[in-house]
Design a protein around this ligand. Structure first.
Ligand code: BDP
Length: 739
């Protein structure tokens, strides 16, 4: 397990520059010790510790809970019990600088951990736990036998571990523990990361180095980092991990690779993280020696049943399969004239006896581009409502195109009441500046989750669709395409850690505020000093809108460079399919810009509930942020600001660049209040972001200007280079490209 060194003691700054006479040896020793601690701290502030830094805080750090607070009364018979106790010990020693004593009964002040079965001290709380489910927990400050205690109680061990992490979060963020009464249980059952990791260690759309999984040395060598990965997930309540890319290699289902997955599952199990695998639909052909993968073929059905039996013999708590089928060239049931439901049910039947689920992706669009791509998933799936087995979840991306900086919510949310829908968010920022741009995704997730589908009247939010409450589904899920790699920061940058964090917290409770989550994260990750928390949270909250402004303002979408999606490419045209070009999406010409998705155009609006559809279709009512998603308008269209559309567009691009400059100014002011190592790293990345924001703005303005021939609006600086320069830029080694 990774050890985190204490922070650099400030005392070193206070040591006299010259040593008092006769005290030379003591002075040298003091300097040496302080330097050593600083060296440790420097290593510690490389971001590896994530939000679990547990550094000593000031006198109020334990909130109202007065020291000595270190006794722990906790069982340690099971692995999960042991890791819960260890985590609390680690946290208390780091935060309070004490070595917790283990006790068999509450004596002085103590933390009492357990379930009614594992601890006689928790048994009396049994009734309080009834409503909290298998993963929920209760935190309560109370007295047992006259002793002050903080109880972390749950029905199952995993709830106790989640409760310990919650308790540590309260201590890290400075909340008081005196009158503690917290009851928590997750709103969504399957809270899962999707790793787009290939077996050769390459991560598709990964900007944080290579894959964490060293398939070559598994199962014999288990990198200790796997434990810290599981700890980080457990700290958020993430309870599943799909290990391999949705563009799957059938070999991951071979016996050799299943043994490797088994080793990971064994490491993750104490932390409540179940392993899932992406399944390639044609696996029976590729590794099974069959002549077909037709879902109605009895041999194929037998092959999947046997495969499921084999998996569960190795991994008894295996979560299930994630499947990308008949999408972007992947094999699927339609290759045999069968429907998506027939394909999903084939796998569901194989997994059902073991309690596994199928997460079948709705990210499909047809080869021959018959209609607006934004409409295709809905058209394909809505008629299949009710046709899926009970253990199938349909996994739907947040918007109808593809993880753009801003999209309206996907029209399937609310449109399939008989099918549990899983939300798929992208945590890795394929379309939002990779790992270099500081873009906090909390506001994006919150915007989608709180969107009202009006499917069953007003208040039918996307959150209620996916947590199952709208249509009464017990099975529910949420998935985040992971931004995790073997980079020391885990996520490729310090601020991208916040996106893993926010995803996990929202997966547990999709009604939380992105701002509150950011405040917790900053306090745990950087500093509890309000002089740091407030400006950093403000900066994070504004960052997503900044990216929308400098990349895709006013509802523009999919105008990134081809393939790797690095940088602007509004001129992208031609190639294998129209809907892989930018011109398909922005439809700009001399007279106007935007995709008409009203009834006069592709009529994508009709896929939404009538109240929503009317709003989107009405150019006066549609939010300006989605204007060009739904409407094609003349360049002189009058905007709410009074500016013509062209002027407004340029204004937004420029505003995006200015926002990045404001982030730089905020960050500069924090020098000295954030450790130097991370401060430097973030400052350098902000410089890259500033440069790239300007590039986005200038390239986009130059391109649209080349179509409409309009002058730069008054006060706006022309692009630094002619359009040809931007078009000529090539980045053959941009990271993360699909392959
Ligand atoms: C697109 C990515 C591609 C993925 C695809 C998917 O560019 O790499 O394979 O999504 O979600 O956004 O399947």
């Amino acid at each position: 397990m990774e050890q985190f060194a204490p922070a650099c003691p400030l005392d070193i700054l206070m040591l006299p520059l010259t040593f008092p006479s006769g005290d030379r040896r003591r002075w040298l020793l003091a300097v040496a010790l302080a330097l050593l601690a600083c060296a440790g701290a420097a290593r510690a502030e490389d971001g590896y510790a994530l939000w679990m830094r547990y550094v000593p805080a000031d006198a109020t750090s334990s909130g109202g809970y007065r020291a000595p607070a270190g006794d722990i009364v906790a069982p340690e018979r099971t692995a999960t019990q042991r890791v819960a106790r260890e985590e609390l010990q680690r946290g208390l020693s780091g935060l309070l600088g004490i070595t917790p004593r283990q006790r068999s009964a509450p004596g002085g002040r103590a933390f009492v951990l357990g379930t009614p079965q594992s601890s006689p001290w928790v048994a009396p709380f049994s009734r309080d736990l009834d409503a909290l489910g298998d993963e929920g927990y209760l935190l309560r400050s109370t007295r047992i036998g006259g002793h002050e205690v903080v109880v972390v109680a749950a029905r199952e061990d995993i709830g106790v571990l989640y409760g310990v992490f919650h308790l540590l979060r309260l201590m890290q963020t400075g909340a008081g523990l005196d009158r503690l009464e917290v009851r928590e249980s997750p709103a969504i059952a399957r809270r899962v990361l999707n790793h787009w990791d290939n077996l050769d260690g390459y991560v598709e759309r990964g900007y944080a180095g290579g894959s964490l999984w060293d398939w070559h040395t598994l199962p014999d060598w288990q990198d200790p980092r796997y434990i810290d990965y599981a700890r980080a997930n457990a700290s958020l309540g993430i309870n599943g991990s799909v290990l391999n890319n949705v563009n799957a290699n059938a070999l991951s289902l071979s016996t050799d690779y299943l043994r490797k997955a088994e080793a990971l599952a064994d490491v993750f199990r104490p932390y409540g993280v179940r392993v899932y695998l992406s399944a390639r639909f044609s696996a029976p052909l590729e590794i099974g020696g069959l002549r077909t993968a037709d879902p109605l073929d009895p041999d194929v059905q037998r092959w999947w049943r046997d495969k499921a039996d084999e998996i569960y013999a190795l991994i008894p708590d295996f979560g299930g399969f994630l499947v990308k089928a008949n999408s972007e060239g992947q094999p699927g049931p339609q290759d045999y004239g069968r429907s998506h439901a027939e394909g999903a049910n084939l796998l569901a039947d194989a997994l059902a006896p073991h309690g596994g689920v199928v997460m079948w992706r709705a990210f499909v669009y047809a080869h021959d581009v018959p209609e607006d791509r934004a409409k295709q998933a809905y058209s394909e799936f809505v008629g299949l409502d009710g046709a899926f087995r009970g253990n199938v979840l349909l996994q739907v991306k947040n918007g109808p195109i593809d993880f753009q900086p801003r999209e309206p919510f996907h029209p399937l949310f609310g449109a399939m009441p008989r099918t549990p829908l899983t939300m798929e968010f992208q945590i890795t920022k394929e379309y939002l500046g990779f790992a270099t741009h500081l873009v906090y995704l909390g506001p994006l997730y919150e915007e989608v989750l709180s969107a009202d589908t009006h499917a069953r009247g007003s208040g039918s939010t996307v959150a209620r669709v996916i947590d199952g409450s709208l249509d009464g589904h017990a099975l529910s899920g949420i998935a985040g395409v992971a931004n995790i790699g073997d980079d020391r920061t885990w996520n490729g940058s310090h601020f991208d850690q916040a996106n893993w964090y926010a995803f996990g917290r929202l997966a547990w409770n999709p009604r939380q505020s992105a701002r509150d989550i950011a405040a917790d994260w900053v306090a745990m990750t950087f500093s509890r000093d309000p002089g740091v928390v407030t400006p950093v949270v403000d900066m994070m909250m504004a960052s997503r809108e900044a990216a929308v402004d400098y990349m895709t303002p006013l509802g523009l979408h999919h105008v990134m460079a081809r393939g790797h999606h690095y940088g602007p490419g509004p001129w992208v045209d031609g190639g294998p399919r129209a809907d892989w070009t930018s011109v398909y999406y922005h439809r700009a010409d001399r007279d106007g810009i935007g995709f008409d998705r009203t009834s006069r155009g592709s009529d994508a609006v009709s896929q939404y509930a009538p109240d929503v559809a009317e709003g989107f279709a009405d150019v006066e009512r549609v939010p300006e942020s989605l204007l060009l998603w739904f409407h094609h308008l003349p360049w002189e269209h009058r905007m709410a600001s009074g500016r013509p559309l062209w002027d407004e567009l340029v204004h937004r691009y420029t505003r995006g660049v200015r926002s990045v400059e404001a982030m730089q100014a905020t960050w500069d002011r924090l020098q000295g209040r954030v450790d130097a190592e991370r401060h430097r790293h973030v400052a350098a990345f902000l410089r890259i972001q500033r440069h790239e924001a300007q590039w986005w703005r200038d390239a986009s303005v130059a391109y649209f200007q080349s179509l409409n021939g309009r002058a730069m609006p008054a006060g706006e600086t022309p692009p630094a280079h002619p359009l040809a320069y931007y078009v000529s830029l090539q980045f053959p080694f941009a990271p993360g490209d699909g392959r």
